[in-house]
Write a protein of this length. Structure first.
Length: 380
């Protein structure tokens, strides 16, 4: 353990290398990535940071922006602009009414472009303003190589993401119960309750990955002539979830290959990695000395659990490295970020978290300081 370094800020550095255990196989995608969403560790990748068009995988962000910023009970009145959106479409009519929440099923189950525009206009006021909301949210999540120019993923010059960014956005979306409910619904008839001015539509979930992969639970397909066949998938087995992204499958085999690429990466991940708890909540990891405190030292604890996917070989090499000052000044509060623990593998930091004093330590009074000062002479 390293000691003697004063720290003022914490830096979380996620491992972005692409380790390979055995052969993943030749992928068809132009860019791809496999991540474990709790740690956001990259388990495999090909050009995972390259900006690429992403077709209707865009709609992952469209859905989460609508869920977070809209009222799903709102009635959406379809504009002429939304009604003229090109296929794939729900064939919404100008003036037709649908519940916002119902349109999200159209968006995610069958990737309807007119529903995406209707959602964007209702929630954002305009398509342009909604796309700004999407881009802003992406950057807040750390997906800084992403820009949205359309809410449905149709090709545009300034509409792009990266495999890693889409995995990051998807990991966030999968924390939302409503989002998970929508993407795993096999079929739906809308409107889900009577609504004057509505037309009836039957929806079927077109995500073939749900039937191709054990443990699959999402997420979204996509295709345009510029982007090729794209797919973002998720699956869970035991205590480990994985997200796979494949962008830019072209040719006659691309329609199926987008699923195969993600499945191959996931089978690799589930076969070679396990989740390990490297730091546990409330775990005591270190002790730190206190200057002018009623106690001379205090134990340091973690306040979060760090679960990280590792191979058996990596688990034998991973270490914890603690960085802390030699001494801290009283008074000491329990919310003081007193030290940092890094999970280190092959000189790379996989994950970090702060360490906090186990308890409060009050400062010595002036009289107590004087007594301690003279006592130090007698002790010598």
């Amino acid at each position: 353990m390293r000691k003697g370094f004063t720290i003022s800020v914490i830096v979380l550095i996620l491992m972005s290398s692409t380790p390979v255990i055995g052969k993943v196989g030749q992928l068809g995608a132009k860019g791809a990535v496999l991540i474990e969403p709790e740690s956001m560790r990259v388990l495999y990748g090909i050009k995972e940071q390259e900006r690429l068009p992403m077709a209707s995988t865009t709609k992952i962000m469209t859905a989460i922006i609508a869920i977070e910023n809209g009222n799903l009970e709102d009635v959406v009145t379809v504009s002429a602009n939304a009604a003229k959106a090109p296929p794939v479409d729900l064939k919404l009519k100008t003036g037709e009414k649908q519940y916002l929440g119902d349109l999200l099923y159209s968006l995610m189950l069958q990737s309807h472009n007119d529903s995406a525009v209707a959602i964007a206009e209702h929630v954002g006021g305009s398509v342009e303003d909604f796309c700004e909301m999407m881009t802003k949210k992406a950057h807040e999540l750390g997906a800084v190589n992403t820009k949205f120019q359309t809410p449905n993923g149709l090709d545009a010059d300034e509409h792009y993401s990266t495999p890693y960014d889409l995995a990051l956005i998807s990991a966030y979306a999968l924390q939302n119960p409503k989002f998970i409910e929508i993407i795993n619904t096999p079929n739906m008839n809308i409107p889900t309750k009577p609504l004057e001015g509505a037309r009836k539509h039957e929806l079927q979930n077109k995500n073939g990955f749900l039937h191709r992969m054990s443990g699959a639970n999402g997420i979204k397909t996509g295709f345009t002539s510029k982007a090729g066949y794209c797919f973002v998938g998720s699956a869970k087995r035991g205590d480990m979830s994985l997200i796979g992204v494949a962008l830019g499958n072209f040719g006659s085999e691309g329609k199926e290959r987008k699923y195969t690429d993600v499945k191959v990466m996931m089978e690799h991940g589930f076969s070679n990695y396990k989740m390990y708890t490297l730091v546990d909540n409330e775990q005591i990891l270190e002790t730190i000395d206190i200057k002018n405190g009623k106690e001379e030292n205090v134990k340091l604890i973690a306040k979060e659990r760090l679960n990280i996917p590792l191979t058996n070989e990596e688990m034998q090499k991973v270490t914890l490295s603690i960085t802390k000052p030699d001494i801290i000044e009283a008074p000491v509060t329990e919310d003081l970020q007193a030290a940092r623990v890094d999970v280190v593998l092959d000189e790379q930091i996989l994950k970090s978290t702060w360490l906090y004093p186990e308890k409060e330590v009050k400062e010595l009074s002036i009289l107590e300081k004087i007594k301690k000062y003279f006592r130090s002479f007698s002790d010598n």
